[in-house]
Each structure stands twice: as structure tokens, then as C-alpha cells.
Ligand binder design. Structure first.
Ligand SMILES: *Cc1c(COP(=O)(O)O)cnc(C)c1O
Length: 354
């Protein structure tokens, strides 16, 4: 049985999206995104977000985030993000590189979430107009976060309001936008522009695409230069239709919401199973398709022997008092659109000693 919970990108593309790629592969089409699939994907996204938008498809989440941040931040500026944020910890300096050497400034907060207080604290350390100080120009929020938590609509709106009041643009890293959306049960518009988000990295890869993410500007006027940025950054695919067809198939008939709902359901099943085991602690609320758990070392050893795969996570992500002791291991478990309930049940049984 496949007990791989390392990440939702350990899973390949969904069969429907693979089929769409094979179909779009036939024949010829205009290059560099001037094709029919890309046009229809842009229209589908405009419908999903209930407004006119500017859409730029790219092949990786790192490209989406780095290019989006570069559009909001001058080389002498700073983008504020959580200290654990993917943009800060997992993109090898790409946002700084694409933004011409701009700075990422880290903001604190439990469970991967920035709060109005921690945002105010960081802003206070970066007074505007001091020439020796990088100027704050953007706030980047991950939805869902790297800790598997999600911001509520009120939280996004409060942080966006503060950012806008301080003349910062708001970027959302939505590599797991669909997973957070399903949990909140709101509309995509509510979780983005209506809550104050200016630019969104809309992920599809982790939730079923082969390699496709969209950078979405909710004010198309702000996107005037972005085509040049993307091309200059080497992220304008000449066979752009093979991106467009992925996004189109992803959105078709709400497929993206079904795959995310399934991944979340599997994570909820895992969470419930682990909660029932003696000696297991769950430090954070599960609000997407990621479960973080502190498990007895004996359970970890049994799981390893069974061939289960997952990441052992850094205890530094936890509040000091919640950190594992020598007999415990902190782990991250991620489900995907392809995770089977039987795999969850087996994992929980092995963890419990069965
Ligand atoms: C996976 C992920 C990304 C995208 O990463 P790539 O590997 O570059 O596609 C971005 N943000 C978050 C929070 C992620 O988990």
C-alpha cells in the first residue's frame, strides 16, 4: 500500500489533466500563450474570480511568487512575510533575485500566521523615509500557510487593510489556495480581492496539474509590465498551450474544488485517527490538507519499518513549550487528491501499534 505522505507534489498529475495535455498536444497552435486554451483558461479564471483580471501562467510556484513580489517591490524595498513562509525559506532567494535585490522582512506569529500585532511590530522597525532602511512595499500572505493553517476572511481583510494603510501591496501565495478555500467554504473572490489581495499566486500543481500556476492581478492596470517580467525571467513557455490546457482542465466543472475537498477530507480522516491514539499531540489546527503531529518515537519507528514516508519537521516551528521531548518526533503529513482512505487507515493502525 502507498503510504507516501511527504507532499501533495509527490503525487503526479490527475488523469483528467494528463488527458487534456495529450489532447492539446495534437496539431499546431500559436506560441507564447497566444493560443485558444490559454485564452479560455483566462476567461475561466475571470469567471471563478467574478471580475476582470490579468492572468499570467507559469510552470512553478516559485516563479509565480517571485515574479508577483517583484511586481510589487522596488529593488530598495522590502516584502514582509512570515518567517516560515515558502517565499523566505524554500525559494532559494528567487523573490529577492527577481525583485532586483529587494529584501524579505520576516514577521512572527504562531502556526505560520501573521497577526495585526506582529505586522505592526515589523512595520514599526521599518520606518518609511529613512534612507538606510529598505522601504516596506508589500505584504505576502500564504493561504494555506506552511503550518497547514488558514487565515479567516476577517484576518485577511484586517492584514490587508493595515498593509494598504501603510502603502504596501498585498500578495497571496496560494499554492494551496483550493485547500484553504474548501475549508473556509467561501468564494474565491471573498478569499482574495474582496479581502484586499492585490496579486495572487494561484496554485494548480499540488492539486492535480502537471506544472501550472497562475499569477493573477485583480487590477489589470497594475500588470502592464508583467509580460516583460515573465519573459525576462525565463518563464514564458513557448508551447504555452500546454499550460493553458492544464488550467482549463483544472477549473472545468469545479474539478479543482473536488480534488481539494478530497485531499482535505483525507487529512481530516488522518487527523481524527491520530487524535484517537495515546501519546499523539497535534500542535496546530488543521485547516487544509496538511497534518502536523508530535508522535511517540516508537510509532515513528513502526511507520518507518512499514515503509511510510513523510517529513520529520523542525521543532523550531513550534512554540518552545510544545516542542517534542526525546521520546517524540514531530512530523508533517500531507494528503493529495489521490490519497486513498485505506492508506490513511493503515497509517493510523501502524502508528497505533496495530
Ligand atoms: C509548494 C509551494 C509553493 C510552490 O513551490 P514550487 O516547488 O516552486 O512549485 C509555493 N508556496 C507554498 C506555500 C508551497 O507549499
Amino acid at each position: 500500500m502507498n503510504l507516501d505522505f511527504t507532499s501533495d507534489n509527490a503525487t503526479g498529475a490527475s488523469p483528467e489533466i494528463m488527458k487534456a495535455i495529450v489532447a492539446a498536444n495534437d496539431g499546431t497552435a500559436p506560441a507564447y500563450g497566444a493560443d485558444e486554451w490559454s485564452r479560455r483558461a483566462e476567461q475561466a479564471l475571470a469567471q471563478v474570480f467574478e471580475r476582470e483580471i490579468a492572468v499570467f501562467l507559469v510552470a512553478t510556484g516559485t516563479a509565480a511568487n517571485a515574479l508577483a513580489i517583484s511586481a510589487l517591490v522596488q529593488p530598495w524595498g522590502a516584502a514582509l512575510c512570515h518567517g516560515f513562509a515558502h517565499v523566505a525559506a524554500d525559494e532559494c532567494g528567487a523573490p529577492e533575485f527577481f525583485a532586483g535585490g529587494a529584501k524579505l522582512a520576516s514577521v512572527a506569529g504562531a502556526a505560520g500566521k501573521i497577526t495585526p500585532q506582529t505586522l505592526a511590530d515589523t512595520l514599526e522597525l521599518m520606518p518609511r523615509g529613512i534612507v538606510k532602511q529598505a522601504q516596506p512595499m508589500a505584504l505576502s500572505l500564504a493561504q494555506a500557510t506552511e503550518c497547514g493553517s488558514a487565515y479567516s476572511l476577517a484576518e485577511i481583510a484586517a492584514l490587508s487593510d493595515m498593509a494598504h494603510a501603510a502603502a504596501l501591496g498585498v500578495h497571496m501565495d496560494g499554492a494551496r489556495f483550493a485547500n484553504a478555500l474548501v475549508t473556509l467554504g467561501c468564494s474565491p473572490a471573498d478569499m482574495s480581492w474582496r479581502a484586499g489581495v492585490d496579486v495572487l499566486s494561484f496554485g494548480a500543481t499540488k492539486n492535480g496539474a502537471l506544472a501550472c500556476e497562475a499569477v493573477i492581478f485583480f487590477d489589470p492596470a497594475k500588470a502592464e509590465d508583467f509580460a516583460y517580467r515573465r519573459k525576462r525571467g525565463g518563464h514564458t513557455l513557448s508551447k504555452g498551450r500546454l499550460l493553458g490546457c492544464q488550467m482549463l482542465a483544472y477549473l472545468e466543472d469545479g474539478r479543482w474544488l473536488r480534488t481539494a475537498a478530497h485531499a482535505n477530507l483525507m487529512a481530516a480522516r488522518l487527523e481524527a485517527g491520530l487524535r484517537g491514539l495515546a501519546g499523539v499531540r497535534l500542535p496546530w489546527a488543521r485547516e487544509a490538507n496538511e497534518v502536523f503531529a508530535i508522535v511517540p518515537r516508537a510509532a515513528h519507528d513502526r511507520l518507518q519499518k512499514e515503509g511510510a514516508r513523510y517529513h520529520v519537521w523542525t521543532p523550531r516551528a513550534l512554540e518552545r513549550e510544545a516542542r517534542p521531548n526525546a521520546g517524540e518526533v514531530f512530523v508533517r503529513l500531507i494528503s493529495s487528491f489521490a490519497t486513498q482512505p485505506a492508506a490513511i487507515d493503515r497509517f493510523v493502525a501502524v502508528a497505533g501499534g496495530g
